[in-house]
Design a protein around this ligand. Structure first.
Ligand code: 25A
Ligand code: L14
Length: 342
């Protein structure tokens, strides 16, 4: 990695993902000359811990980006829609966590283990995929390269932290109240989330799928760079704080045995295979929380078709699903000498 240092803006720094971005920049010793946290006026003046000291949160404004090299965004779609182009105009390369730019033809959608080469054509704004999509494509990529994936059927079990800090508190409060014989009020989610499963993430669309489900369909094709891959998804919110789990069924062109898949996945970057049923070893949300890797287990052949596999894929949605992937993109940009707006 080059010795050059970069001035980094973290936009949405007070959120669940923004806080994790600061921690990740620190933990990976990111080559930053300066890191400045930005959020809305609500949080301006508050402080966030960084490298043993504190950083003061600044209000994000139109003219905030002068002099910065990189802007990492996780402040929701409307903030990114407004501010990411201003940052790029000021010469700052943006890596954006929201859904705003992902399907824009001018923006690469990148998971560094899968399609780092797409960074080469960036025009200033790079999109970070949806958390459920990221962990799925990390596991699909080595299998697709070896055997050609035709179809994916995925069901997710998604943690509340994906929705942000308020949802984490809602699950805590509802659990405490219900255990004390009190009523649970739902504010963040449309129904009680404690002791429940909600087959509803993001909004319903005209085809009766949710937007979260259709993100998995469209983003997977864009990241894998293969329009022939068919994906169908059911996304479910479960009462888990950190880490999304996914049941994934794939159909491939060529035959892969479960053993073949285990070997391929064990060699894949960013993947840890945890698959020893006789010892009760398989990926679990509580173990993946706080880790960087995507964990894959329960790998078995689908006995209803010729070339099919089932697997269980778990990863920390705030880390690989958001903050870590964003910073890995920034690191890959540095490696490729692409931290400049063309
Ligand atoms: O539109 P999208 O793309 O679908 O994204 C919707 C939401 O999904 C999250 C993210 O929530 C986003 O808001 N998200 C986005 N990408 C994600 C991904 N890949 C993702 N989640 C998972 N994976 P979030 O909570 O992580 O981040 C919200 C941040 O956005 C800041 N923000 C909002 N409007 C802004 C803005 N920043 C700049 N300009 C604007 N106009 C927001 O900052 C937050 O950082 P804030 O200052 O407006 O509000 C933070 C408030 O939260 C309080 N708080 C924090 N912890 C607690 C708390 N309050 C009580 N208890 C706590 N424990 C802070 O005090 C502050 O008031
Ligand atoms: O598209 O609420 O990145 O779990 C990720 C978190 C959408 C909502 C995204 C959640 C968001 C999702």
């Amino acid at each position: 990695m080059s010795k050059k240092l970069f001035k980094v803006a973290v936009c949405g720094a007070t959120g669940a993902v923004g806080r994790e971005m600061l921690k990740t920049l620190e933990a990976r010793d990111f080559p930053a000359s300066e890191v400045v946290p930005f959020a809305s006026s609500r949080s301006a003046g508050s402080t966030l811990p960084f490298k043993g000291g504190e950083l003061t949160v600044q209000e994000l404004k139109e003219d905030s980006f002068a002099g910065f090299d990189l802007a990492l965004f996780s402040a929701g779609g409307s903030t990114s829609t407004k501010f990411a182009p201003l940052a790029a105009k000021a010469g700052c390369v943006v890596v954006d966590n929201s859904s705003a730019w992902r399907m824009d033809d001018n923006c690469p959608l990148v998971v560094p283990e899968v399609n780092p080469h797409d960074l080469d054509w960036h025009k200033g704004i790079i999109a970070n995929p949806n958390c459920s999509t990221i962990q799925m494509v990390v596991a699909l990529k080595p299998l697709h390269d070896a055997a050609g994936i035709k179809r994916v059927v995925v069901s997710t079990y998604q943690a509340v932290s994906g929705t942000g800090q308020k949802a984490i508190e809602e699950l805590e409060n509802q659990t405490r109240r219900l255990m004390s014989g009190m009523e649970a009020n739902a504010e963040v989610y449309p129904h009680q989330i404690a002791f429940n499963c909600l087959p509803h993430i993001d909004v319903f669309l005209e085809n009766d799928y949710t937007r979260e489900e259709m993100k998995m369909v469209h983003e997977t094709v864009k990241i894998m760079g293969d329009k022939s891959i068919k994906v169908t998804a059911t996304t479910v919110r479960v009462p888990v704080f950190y880490s999304h789990s996914e049941s994934i069924n794939i159909e491939t062109e060529k035959k892969l045995t479960a053993k073949d898949a285990r070997v391929l996945l064990a060699q894949a970057p960013g993947v840890t295979v945890l698959d020893n049923p006789s010892e009760k070893i398989y990926p679990m949300a509580v173990d993946a929380a706080g880790e960087d890797d995507t964990f894959v287990g329960r790998i078995r052949e689908d006995e209803t078709i010729d070339n099919g596999l089932n697997m269980w894929v778990v990863s920390d949605n705030i880390r690989k699903g958001a903050a870590l992937n964003t910073i890995q993109i920034a690191e890959e940009l540095i490696k490729r000498d692409l931290v400049r707006v063309p």
